[in-house]
Design a binder for this molecule. Structure first.
Ligand code: GSH
Length: 213
């Protein structure tokens, strides 16, 4: 039995939901929130971060570790490219998306969505302005130069495509959308990733759970 710990709205949890769905694996989803100091959860993940996953006796933390495990343990419907060089490129872009890009894009989400809702604090609009005008553009230029004009990065839709989208799902919840005039390929690419049946369903379920739909 697989158990996923992690709340809707996390860009990292979304990656794992995509892999579980593509592989048609049944699982129990525990809506674990981060930043709670929950002592029971700290026994599962000492960092207190989400997601974590249990598969039988195995407990894993970190979305990339979890997704790689699922891809190896359940090889039907692979979510990484088959070619070694392509896999390495995919892992790098997944790392980029999950580190600095998420820090900035989800930073907007944290300021405009999480702070008012959960901390009763005003967003730091000066910080958001810096993210939008200074910090994100060089990363968006880098991504724009790498995404394809049509289709996905490595043929069929894989996890790296979804990983690049995920931070911008969060920023969109907070009112920031990537400018299609400046980064047209990436915007069109994200629309393709979003419009596949699996992502459509995951995003609809998430938006409903967050009260955004
Ligand atoms: N590298 C981790 C990052 C996970 C992460 O930072 N998750 C956020 C939620 S979106 C979290 O749990 N933050 C709580 C914290 O940093 O204490 C992964 O890929 O799973």
């Amino acid at each position: 039995m697989i158990t996923l710990y992690g709340a809707y709205g996390s860009p990292y949890v979304r990656k794992v939901l995509f892999v579980l769905a593509v592989k048609e694996l049944s699982f129990e989803h525990i809506q674990q929130l981060p930043f709670t100091g929950d002592q029971e959860y700290l026994k599962i993940n000492p960092l207190g971060k989400i997601p974590s996953l249990r598969d039988g006796d195995l407990t894993l933390c970190d979305s990339t570790v979890i997704c790689e495990y699922l891809d190896e343990a359940y090889p039907d419907h692979p979510v990484y490219p088959a070619d070694t060089a392509d896999r390495a490129r995919a892992r790098w872009l997944e790392e980029l998306a999950g580190s600095r890009v998420t820090e900035y894009a989800a930073g907007i989400f944290f300021q405009r969505f999480m702070r008012p809702r959960f901390m009763k604090q005003e967003p730091d609009e000066a910080l958001i302005e810096k993210i939008i005008t200074k910090q994100l553009p060089p990363l968006l230029d880098y991504i724009e130069a790498r995404v394809p004009e049509e289709g996905f990065l490595f043929g069929d839709l894989t996890l790296v495509d979804v990983s690049l989208l995920c931070p911008f799902v969060n920023s969109a919840y907070a009112g920031y959308n990537v400018d299609p005039a400046r980064w047209p390929r990436f915007v069109a690419f994200m629309e393709r990733v979003k419009s596949g049946p699996v992502m459509k369903r995951i995003l609809a379920e998430e938006a409903a759970a967050l009260g955004i739909a």
